[in-house]
Design a protein around this ligand. Structure first.
Ligand code: ZN
Length: 308
């Protein structure tokens, strides 16, 4: 009897660990960082002991965690790494410093202080029409601060990836599917906030970039190129930004029509089409899977209008 109780207790303990308290975070990535107790709901590490300007990011993440936990039926633990420009290459997998990113095992890396990513983007604002600059000032302050987009806003996108990675392997069926999902999450979380500041910032900035069309010469424009040259595109912040604004536009269209349901359905699709389980499917097979799962209207919206 005693043995039975012990076994029962043990299996109960293992069951709880296997769910809510399952620790999937890769802690080797935290070496040399300072642990900050700024949240009860997730872990925070930084390259400085008293970092400024991360309050808004943390508030956004607190909100987004509650939203994702609800729509994905999870209780996810994760770690946020705030990394300044000079330590960026040590902790992130791709430059430029401040370009937000998520690791497969539970970590996201965000910029700290004035990031190179935001500085570059702020510099290119001067080539925008005066009216566009004024619009940006009303949403990002008189001294237009684009870390509000790249750190505070895109933190929602990276957290969406972590909810995906928690249930998938680290081999993507397609990078573009992952990125579309990141954008769906970002749109859904931002739109569900009562305060529309975060959504307005991401929407207005990206729309101005699309309208202004000041990308210059882009090396890659097709989805095939995005897949083949993913890290190359990423290192060129401008080309990556161009792709992301396209994914954002598609995600917004999908969310406008189908609401939060499309986000959880898309996550389910990413899990059930995991490359590690099913191998890499052909474009034709992928199209059939997408049609079966989402129907022709969604697949039409996914149609990529740019080729090289
Ligand atoms: Zn992403």
């Amino acid at each position: 009897m005693k043995q039975f109780i012990i076994v029962l207790l043990l299996s109960f303990f293992m069951y709880s660990c296997g769910n809510d308290e399952y620790d999937w975070i890769d802690r080797s990535k935290h070496e040399g960082l300072i642990n900050l107790n700024y949240s009860q709901n997730f872990e925070i590490y930084a390259t400085q002991s008293n970092p400024e300007n991360i309050k808004a990011t943390i508030e956004n993440l607190e909100f987004a965690k509650a939203y994702y936990d609800k729509i994905f039926n999870e209780n996810l633990n994760f770690a946020v790494l705030f990394v300044d420009n000079k330590n960026w290459d040590k902790y992130a997998f791709s430059p430029p410093p401040g370009m937000p990113q998520a690791y497969h095992k539970g970590n996201m890396v965000l910029g700290l202080g004035k990031s190179v990513m935001a500085m570059n983007a702020e510099q290119s604002i001067q080539y925008m029409p005066e009216k566009a600059i004024q619009t940006l000032k009303t949403h990002f302050g008189q001294n237009i601060d684009l870390d509000k987009f790249f750190r505070d806003g895109l933190a929602l996108h990276e957290l969406g990836h972590l909810y995906q990675f928690y249930r998938t392997s680290n081999t993507a069926q397609r990078q573009w599917l992952n990125e579309l999902f990141g954008n769906l999450c970002q749109v859904g979380a931002a739109k569900s906030m009562k305060d529309k500041t975060v959504f307005n910032q991401m929407d207005i900035y990206q729309n101005l970039l699309i309208q202004g069309n000041q990308w210059g010469n882009l090396k890659y424009t097709s989805l095939e190129q995005f897949e083949r040259n993913y890290f190359d595109v990423m290192k060129d912040g401008r080309n990556y930004g161009w792709y992301q604004t396209r994914f954002y536009t598609i995600a917004k269209k999908l969310h406008n029509t189908y609401g939060d349901e499309i986000i959880s359905k898309f996550r389910e699709f990413l899990i059930t089409s995991d490359r590690a389980t099913f191998g890499k499917v052909s474009d034709q097979q992928l199209n059939t899977i997408l049609l079966n799962k989402f129907g022709p209207e969604v697949v039409n919206t996914l149609e990529w209008e740019h080729s090289n």
